[in-house]
Design a protein around this ligand. Structure first.
Ligand SMILES: Cc1ncc(COP(=O)(O)O)c(C=O)c1O
Length: 404
């Protein structure tokens, strides 16, 4: 039986959850903001956790099972057959893994290049680690732009300082899945300018029909790069902390400099859950991807019907839709403010929240190019998605009626 995981929980059941998605806003708000999914746990993951709890197996993590499970998954799904366990290390989660890697590759005041608009914590964590963010805005087609990147790399390396390009692969919030030729161009530029690449691949299993994920470390010229992977997004395990850093063959010495203590940060239950997801969660993931693909189409139809002025660029991966609301004729929200605070709500997101009682992520927190956009999380039931977009359309109509 092919059950869609996105249709298994009712709104009443979801409202009993205590995670941030469901508790940040009042009960009349439909929350389609933070990247949590409205799914039950995949059965193999739930069983692994129940077994561990039954054993009282709640000590510290040990061993390389997670890396082995990821390696097998990567070989099966992406043809990435060269992911040896000894080139991996456990970290508490993806963002803390990225911070550890930035500490290895750069010093205080050095630059980290990001393609804006991008996942807001890329700004917050980089600044908090005393590194400088340099933005290389995406092109009008929402894809990386080689000449913009080159200019950013040049600036980042001025005075011979060390620099990192923090790649988001696939890209949050646009849902763009970078093609191999695009990643080769990145590797070529990075090699020429002496910029080290760190690839955040947390959304990698969530690539939808029509696109194909390319692990950055499989690209020619990426031998000295590092990637950070996790089961957290694809199996909804953000509350069960753990992730893996993988080093390219020429970055192994860097990886070894991460203090052993960092690998004490992930939770043992997190490691058990993530291992089960990559090892035994493939069939569940396939059902999820069918449901997400369906929602991706449904969202296009709903927007065309209820809010045709919102521009929707179908995402190729992730469960996030980056909606261009600039043609709605409403205040776009702050431009040029410090990005990075995920709970800030302004511009169109504020209209949809205040009038429509739908919570979306406000585009302005994603950096340059984000104002006037909202990010919608469509990892929910089709009827919730339908109700949310209907409310959004009504909010726009009411706004125009009162403003006109
Ligand atoms: C691109 C990206 N990186 C990292 C994270 C957070 O991962 P973690 O909770 O493992 O730090 C997210 C969460 O949505 C994300 O979208």
């Amino acid at each position: 039986m092919t059950v869609n995981p996105l249709t298994q929980l009712s709104l009443a059941e979801l409202r009993r959850r205590t995670s941030v998605k469901w508790r940040q806003y009042a009960d009349d708000v439909l929350p389609l903001w933070v990247a949590e999914m409205d799914v039950p746990l995949a059965a193999p993951v739930a069983e692994a956790l129940h077994d561990a709890v039954g054993r009282g197996d709640t000590g510290y993590a040990c061993g390389t099972h997670y890396a082995e499970a990821l390696g097998d998954f990567a070989a099966r799904r992406w043809g990435w057959s060269d992911l040896p366990v000894d080139r991996t290390t456990l970290v508490p989660d993806v963002m803390l893994g990225i911070v550890e890697v930035l500490r290895l590759l750069t010093g205080p005041g050095d630059a980290v290049v990001v393609c804006a608009p991008v996942y807001p914590p890329f700004y917050a964590f980089v600044s908090h680690a005393d590194r400088r963010v340099i933005e290389a805005p995406l092109g009008a087609d929402q894809r990386m732009d080689t000449s913009t990147l080159e200019e950013a790399f040049r600036r980042a390396r001025a005075d011979g300082r060390r620099a990192v390009f923090l790649l988001c692969n696939p890209h949050n919030p646009t849902g763009v899945v970078h093609r191999r030729d695009e990643l080769e161009a990145v590797a070529d530029l990075a090699g020429r300018y002496g910029v080290r690449v760190v690839s955040d691949e947390i959304h990698a299993p969530l690539v939808l029909p029509g696109a194909r994920f390319t692990p950055y470390l499989t690209v020619a010229g990426a031998e000295d790069a590092l990637a950070v992977l996790s089961a957290s997004k694809a199996w909804n395990l953000a509350g069960l902390k753990s992730a893996l850093v993988v080093a390219g063959p020429q970055a192994v010495a860097d990886l070894r400099r991460i203090p052993e203590e960092v690998s004490h940060g992930p939770s043992h239950l997190g490691v058990i859950a993530h291992t089960a997801a990559f090892r035994d969660g493939g069939e569940w993931l396939d059902r999820l991807l069918v449901g997400l693909d369906h929602n991706r189409e449904l969202l296009g139809m709903l927007l065309a019907r209820h809010a045709p002025a919102i521009r929707y660029h179908r995402p190729e991966g992730t469960y996030l839709a980056w909606l261009d609301c600039t043609a709605l004729g409403i205040d776009s929200g702050p431009v040029g403010d410090e990005p990075g605070v995920v709970t800030d709500v302004a511009g169109p997101a504020k209209l949809f929240l205040d009038r429509g009682r739908v919570a979306l992520s406000s585009g302005h927190v994603f950096g340059t190019g984000g104002a006037g956009f909202v990010r919608l999380n469509f990892a929910t039931a089709p009827d919730i998605l339908t109700e949310a977009v209907t409310r959004m359309g009504r909010a726009v109509a009411e706004h125009h009626a009162t403003a006109g």
